[in-house]
Design a protein around this ligand. Structure first.
Ligand SMILES: NC(=O)C1=CN([C@@H]2O[C@H](COP(=O)(O)OP(=O)(O)OC[C@H]3O[C@@H](n4cnc5c(N)ncnc54)[C@H](O)[C@@H]3O)[C@@H](O)[C@H]2O)C=CC1
Ligand SMILES: CC(=O)C(=O)O
Ligand SMILES: [Mg+2]
Length: 553
């Protein structure tokens, strides 16, 4: 028989045994449990005798983190901390955001997905596979938390610019949701990462004996659509207050699923819409440097997929708001993909490509397209590292006094050019942003701090706003206001350093402002199920979790 009162413990912590408290990452404080708490929760003897403060724990975590020999080891270390003591994990991430974001997110999360089968310790999130057809609702009932508000779901088919990673893509929803908590204060209890496994076309995984996903080719067609439909319906039933974020779906499905579900449930696609918001924000801030007007810009996109068309659509919406009709705006865009410029003569004008196709002659050489189209902004969303080679960047600098060059592909190895290349090839005149972080660059005595043009600046705040007012849908207008809000927060000091985004240190304030702007749109459009009115800021602030230990005495 136990010498503790299980009922009392249950009432206090939700757990009937003291050891379960230590094994629950949302309750565990490790050695930070005070003497009084240890007494009350019957933890005496289960911990080394001397209580330490959270500050001391943070010192230890810091020393461990920085002593790791490489980034993947840092990732494994932080994941273990997250699974052991969530509060300490989030406090450490927040206090060291510049150092930890590149680990729990791009670029290292990409490496973590690629090695997922090797580094797998404990499952995080939920896996739904083809084998679960007909049982998805039942399966969601196995998740321990019942009040889920945000689901990030992938099918692993296009993980960053690394292609098909199958079930190993789970690192992405887990990382994105960690950002929801770290950057927007959404309590982890409300977050659910999900990977839908319909197989993989990645030959390495199909031949890897350690691969943890279904080891057959991807299944598409009605079976795929049926599973996604069952998933969306099951979410509505199991978690009626949840918003669904589609993440890293290959572009044959990304737009299709977005179009199918955006007006039916509360859902958005981050690669299309979140990326659009961050890119537009960066462009609006860039125009304060180049002293240009959005309507007068010419955009050349390398990459004609989810991110590219998502960004272009939002730019067009912003142009329309400034009085430029969509038809006129379309003329200011060119898209290139692996087959060259997207022209009307092509035989693959499916989806968004048809609308953005131009009348130019076919051309595969990026430098020639830069010379003929004379873009003011070059945007890389191709997942092809090094696509912006020296002659291309130099041509941009010949045509423009201040060329805008965004290398948005992730992870770092897929960036179309590096920050250093951009600044040196444009002789310090390039206005640069990248999807994965680059260190500051000193060029001829001036130090540039490149901004990170990553949807991480937008989706946490948008999600926070949607959740707070329980918006019925996530609309393009919400992404537009998110972009405008982010651009406004970027100040002159940022721009003077060459950074077209605010510092990541300010990310919580950015997320809060974004959320408030989103709530306002939802309320104005009659989409808010629980309007917050004048209390929006106070209610949102007080809902955001703070990464502080709760007291049990
Ligand atoms: N910075 C950010 O916040 C975000 C960055 N991305 C990055 O953007 C990249 C693309 O993502 P999605 O648009 O979702 O992928 P996608 O697969 O929908 O589109 C990729 C496009 O690039 C084209 N492409 C591929 N190889 C090429 C080559 N050699 N030359 C020219 N074009 C080529 C493809 O034909 C396709 O049009 C990825 O690396 C992803 O990590 C995506 C979302 C957000
Ligand atoms: C950042 C992001 O969502 C991507 O690279 O897919
Ligand atoms: Mg993504």
């Amino acid at each position: 028989m136990e010498n503790y009162d299980a009922e009392k413990l249950q009432a206090l912590t939700g757990h009937a045994s003291p050891m379960d408290i230590l094994h629950d990452p949302s309750q565990n404080k490790g050695v930070a449990f005070t003497h009084e708490e240890r007494e009350r929760l019957c933890l005496r003897g289960l911990l080394p005798p001397r209580p330490l403060s959270m500050e001391a724990q943070l010192e230890r975590v810091k020393a461990n983190f920085f002593s790791k020999p490489n980034n993947l080891e840092k990732y494994i270390f932080l994941t273990a901390l997250q699974e052991r003591n969530e509060t300490l994990f989030y406090r450490f991430v927040r206090e060291n955001i510049e150092q930890t974001l590149p680990i729990i997110y791009t670029p290292t999360v990409g490496e973590a997905c690629q090695t997922y089968s090797q580094i797998f310790r404990r499952p995080q999130g939920m896996f739904i596979s083809l084998e679960d057809r007909g049982h998805v609702r039942e399966l969601l009932g196995n998740w321990e938390h019942k009040d889920v508000r945000v689901i990030v779901v992938t099918d692993g088919s296009r993980i960053l610019g690394l292609g098909d990673q199958g079930a190993n893509g789970m690192g992405i929803p887990v990382g994105k949701l960690a950002l929801y908590t770290a950057c927007a204060g959404i309590p982890p209890i409300h977050c659910l990462p999900i990977t839908i496994d319909v197989g993989t076309n990645n030959e390495d995984l199909l031949n890897d004996p350690l691969y943890v996903g279904l080891q057959h080719k991807r299944v598409g067609g009605d079976d795929y659509d049926g599973l996604i439909e069952e998933f969306v319906q099951a979410v509505g039933d199991a978690f009626p207050r949840a918003m669904i974020q589609f993440e890293d779906f290959s572009n044959d499905n990304a737009f299709r699923l977005l179009d199918k579900y955006r007006n039916r449930v509360c859902a958005f696609n981050d690669d299309i819409q979140g990326t659009a918001a961050v890119a537009l924000a960066g462009l609006l801030a860039s125009l304060r440097i180049t002293e240009g007007e959005l309507k007068r810009q010419k955009f050349l996109f390398m990459g004609a997929g989810s991110a590219g068309f998502g960004i272009a659509d939002l730019i067009l919406l912003a142009m329309e708001q400034q009085g430029m009709p969509r038809e006129e705006g379309l003329k200011r865009f060119r898209f290139m993909d692996s087959r060259g410029v997207v022209t009307r003569q092509r035989d693959d004008l499916t989806g968004r490509k048809g609308e953005f196709a131009c009348d130019d002659a076919p051309e595969k050489d990026l430098e020639k397209v830069v010379e003929s189209f004379q873009p003011t902004a070059l945007i890389g969303v191709s997942g092809r590292g090094g696509a912006f080679y020296e002659e291309v960047v130099r041509a941009m600098a010949r045509i423009n006094q201040r060329p805008i060059i965004f290398a948005l592909s992730n992870p770092t190895s897929k960036a179309e050019c590096t920050a250093e290349q951009c600044y040196s090839w444009t002789e310090g005149r390039g206005v640069f942003a990248s999807g994965s972080p680059f260190d500051p660059v000193t060029w001829q005595g001036k130090t540039f701090v490149p901004g990170q043009g990553n949807n991480a600046y937008c989706f946490p705040g948008i999600g926070l706003g949607v959740i707070m007012c329980q918006a019925k849908h996530v609309t393009d207008e919400m992404f537009l206001v998110a972009a405008q809000t982010l651009a406004e927060i970027t100040d002159e000091a940022d721009l003077n350093k060459g950074r077209v985004y605010p510092s990541l240190q300010d990310i919580r304030a950015v997320s809060l402002k974004t959320a408030l702007a989103v709530i306002k749109v939802a309320e104005e459009r009659g989409l808010a199920k629980t309007p917050l009115g004048e209390n929006a800021e106070e209610r949102t602030r007080s809902w955001m979790c703070s990464a502080r230990y709760r007291s049990y005495v």
